[in-house]
Design a binder for this molecule. Structure first.
Ligand SMILES: Cc1cc2nc3c(=O)[nH]c(=O)nc-3n(C[C@H](O)[C@H](O)[C@H](O)COP(=O)(O)OP(=O)(O)OC[C@H]3O[C@@H](n4cnc5c(N)ncnc54)[C@H](O)[C@@H]3O)c2cc1C
Length: 422
């Protein structure tokens, strides 16, 4: 195999994280940077929830990848098959070897359809649907629109998934649709988690939403089998070792497939050694630098940070990785720190949204000044529907600063100035 290709910086993946960090680096320094990305199309996934709810067209979430590769960056249209961090090179699917001085790992995650027996068949045949795949989002809307009553089941796994709020977002939208159209529905939430949300302030709001719709929330219920022909879902009851299995017949079902790091990462030295698991890249949760390979950084869904995997997290991670990589390239220590910021805009009805924002402390960290975002609101719905997509395409993946997220700092500075004057 010829060593035909060397770049100062190689970015694996041209999704949200890869594009955002590459654009930032290209804006900051005149560097030789290559992005390895096989797909011709780039997707804005947060709108898939609204596609599944019939509020947005699927095509509105997809754009040409070529239009978002940072000027001056080289696009290698291939997939990575193997990564060798000891040798500072990767091997692509077509067999090319690409070597690097510095590596940024951002290939997102893998949806594992075969972990749960019956899941692949149930999704392929359209018996159940999922907003986790572009090709199935419209099917979600079809099954909601054609539902004439009975049990509507929404599933949430126990292992980390991207946007862990997404399974309940589509559930509330469906429940709202059924109510508006006077369809008698027994809405069931089958979730392996212990409660509706990990941050108590937001959980309190969501508990009221669940009560409003009369949702039958079954926590610590882990989906272990789907029987598409019978339209049955089998759950393991995690806190009941005696009566351990429960079968729920359904008329409509939305699933969130179990997710892991992509296989080429999971089986590489970038994943935690000797700890077989989901394979997330072993980074320092603050600097996002690899714990064993200082010339490697990871961000986005593939990064092994102890918080929720969201695009909003990447808004905060990309500047940290760009700043720290530049420091390391100049022989200095990485000092910028990611504080674990995550945002999850939970649609609670058509036109209503709860904007959950928090960091590693697990405390709410609202960023919009002057309004109380710990509640269901119409303006934050508009933000999700129109504002955030605009920011995404024009600011975030162009490597610019997101003014909205600076608002908190501005408000704090203004408050500090006002306090010091009084
Ligand atoms: C239904 C749904 C709703 C969501 N809602 C929200 C929301 O409201 N707010 C929010 O902040 N986030 C939301 N998210 C999550 C958000 O979209 C992801 O967290 C984000 O896109 C992750 O970015 P990423 O770059 O890590 O991965 P991706 O954006 O998935 O990109 C990964 C890229 O890597 C490429 N790749 C894969 N394998 C290889 C390989 N072997 N070699 C090279 N390239 C490879 C892929 O082609 C892809 O382009 C949602 C996601 C879904 C599915």
């Amino acid at each position: 195999m010829a060593d035909n290709n060397h770049h100062r910086i190689v970015v694996i993946g041209g999704g949200t994280a890869g594009l955002a960090v590459a654009a930032r680096l290209r804006r900051a320094v005149d560097c030789d940077l290559a992005i390895i990305e096989p797909s011709e199309t780039h997707f804005y996934q947060p709108l898939w929830t609204l596609v599944g709810a019939g509020a947005v067209r699927k095509e509105a979430t997809a754009r040409r990848e070529a239009d978002y590769i940072a000027p001056g960056a080289k696009w290698i249209k291939d997939r990575v098959a193997e990564v060798s961090p000891h040798r500072n090179h990767i091997v692509t699917g077509s067999g090319a070897r690409v070597s690097y001085d510095f590596l940024i790992v951002a290939p997102g995650l893998e949806l594992n359809w075969d972990v749960i027996p019956g899941l692949r068949e149930a999704v392929q045949t359209g018996v159940v649907s999922t907003n986790y795949s572009y090709n199935h989002t419209e099917r979600t809307w079809e099954i909601i629109r054609s539902f004439r009553g009975g049990t509507a089941l929404f599933h949430m796994p126990g292992t980390p998934i991207k946007c862990p709020g997404a399974p309940q977002k589509i559930m509330y939208l469906a429940a709202d649709y059924f109510r508006r159209n006077r369809i008698s529905a027994n809405v069931v939430y089958g979730s392996a988690t212990a409660s509706i949300y990990g941050v108590k302030e937001y959980a309190a709001v969501l508990d009221k939403v669940i009560a409003r719709y009369g949702i039958d929330a079954r926590f610590k219920h882990d989906l272990v089998e789907l029987r598409p022909q019978k339209k049955e879902a089998v759950f393991a009851k995690l806190d009941d070792p005696v009566q351990n299995r429960v079968t729920i017949p359904f008329d409509l079902m939305h699933v969130a497939p179990p997710q892991t790091a992509p296989e080429f990462i999971r089986t590489s030295e970038l994943a935690p050694i000797g700890r077989p698991g989901l394979g997330w890249v072993e980074v320092d949760q603050y600097t996002l630098q690899h714990r064993r390979f200082p010339n490697v950084f990871a961000l986005g869904d593939v990064a092994g940070t102890p918080n929720a995997k969201t695009g909003a997290a990447i808004m905060k991670q990309a500047p940290v990785v760009a700043a720290n990589l530049i420091e390391v390239m100049n022989g200095r220590e990485p000092l910028a720190q990611y504080n674990g910021y995550v945002a999850c805009p939970i649609t609670t009805a058509y036109g209503r949204l709860l904007l959950c924002e928090f960091d590693y402390t697990g405390q709410p960290t609202p960023t919009i000044p002057w309004i109380n975002t710990i509640g269901e609101r119409y303006d934050t719905w508009l933000l999700k529907r129109y504002g955030l997509p605009w920011l995404y395409w024009n600011v975030m993946i162009r490597g610019r600063d997101v003014p909205f997220l600076g608002a908190r700092a501005i408000r704090e500075a203004a408050l500090a100035a006002a306090t010091s004057r009084s």
